[in-house]
Design a protein around this ligand. Structure first.
Ligand code: KIV
Length: 270
């Protein structure tokens, strides 16, 4: 049973946190069981990221995941969460170049999953879509810097905005997104000094991933920080566990117990 006494994190709470210089914690989750653990630990924001395409479905990029699949993940998460603000990534192809389709996709996410907000990748080129989604009362989180849905344009996942012109464009895009009414902005894999500048210049919270410490909050992909993925080691990633080895060890122990007739024992049967 869900308790009604837990105060829910809202976009206004995040804004307050920026003003009071209290750091915002954010992690991804894609399913009920993990979302329950992450929420009960006290995370501020859960992102149902399209990184689900990688860590849940084994795709090489985030591009293949569909709107239906994102809604499935988001509704599973929403059944678990009591406190965190839940943001859902709009998948590739559901908002670029067509603001009406963007609105309909965002409405489907909100209606069918019961989530709290959506996230879109990009700056000025998707402003019309963002405007239209916001006008329906749906909170929008922006995402600049490394935008994995554009991997085919850039061809690499290296640090973004290291050159002056690209950095200037990013700052301008950040201003546009904040001015349009986005409630927060993810900054992925950009120089720390640039992330600091953006954080100072806009009045909405910035959430960094590979963007240094002078941002308003941090986000990591849950499977990366728990070490479930053992073949992804960017510099910005801090691993809090080595679950790949731990789970593998447990499965090996189970197999051995079964083969050697050590499971189940007398107490584990009826
Ligand atoms: O999809 C995702 O997990 C993300 C984070 C890396 C910010 O967009």
């Amino acid at each position: 049973m869900k308790s009604s006494v837990i105060p829910k994190i809202t976009t206004h709470v995040l804004q307050e946190m920026k003003l009071r210089q209290k750091k915002i914690s954010m992690l991804t989750a894609y399913d009920y069981s993990m979302a329950r653990i992450v929420d009960s630990a006290g995370i501020d924001v859960i992102l149902v990221g399209d990184s689900a395409a990688n860590v849940m479905a084994g795709h090489k990029t985030t591009l293949p995941i569909t709107l239906n699949e994102m809604i499935y993940h988001a509704s599973s998460v929403m059944r678990a969460v009591e406190r965190a603000l839940v943001v859902v990534d709009m998948p590739f192809g559901t908002y670029q170049g067509n603001s009406r389709e963007a609105l309909l996709s965002a409405i489907r996410i909100m209606k069918e999953s019961n989530a709290n907000a959506v996230k879109l990748e990009g700056g000025r080129e998707i402003l019309e879509s963002i405007d239209r989604i916001l006008s329906a009362g749906i909170p929008v989180m922006g995402h600049l810097g490394l935008t994995p849905q554009s991997i085919n344009k850039f061809g690499t996942y290296v640090v973004r905005a290291t050159q002056e012109d690209e950095a200037g464009k990013l700052v301008e895009d950040a201003r546009l997104l904040a001015g349009a009414g986005c409630f927060a902005l993810v900054l992925e894999k950009i120089p720390a000094v640039l992330a600091e500048k953006v954080t100072r210049e806009i009045n909405i919270p910035t959430i960094g991933i590979g963007a240094g410490s002078k941002v308003d909050g941090q986000v990591l992909v849950l499977h990366d920080m728990l070490g479930i993925n053992h073949d992804f080691s960017p510099r910005f990633l801090r691993r809090y566990h080595n679950l790949y080895e731990e789970i593998k060890g447990s499965v090996e122990a189970y197999i051995s117990d079964v083969k050697n007739l050590e499971f189940p024992n007398e107490r584990e049967q009826y």
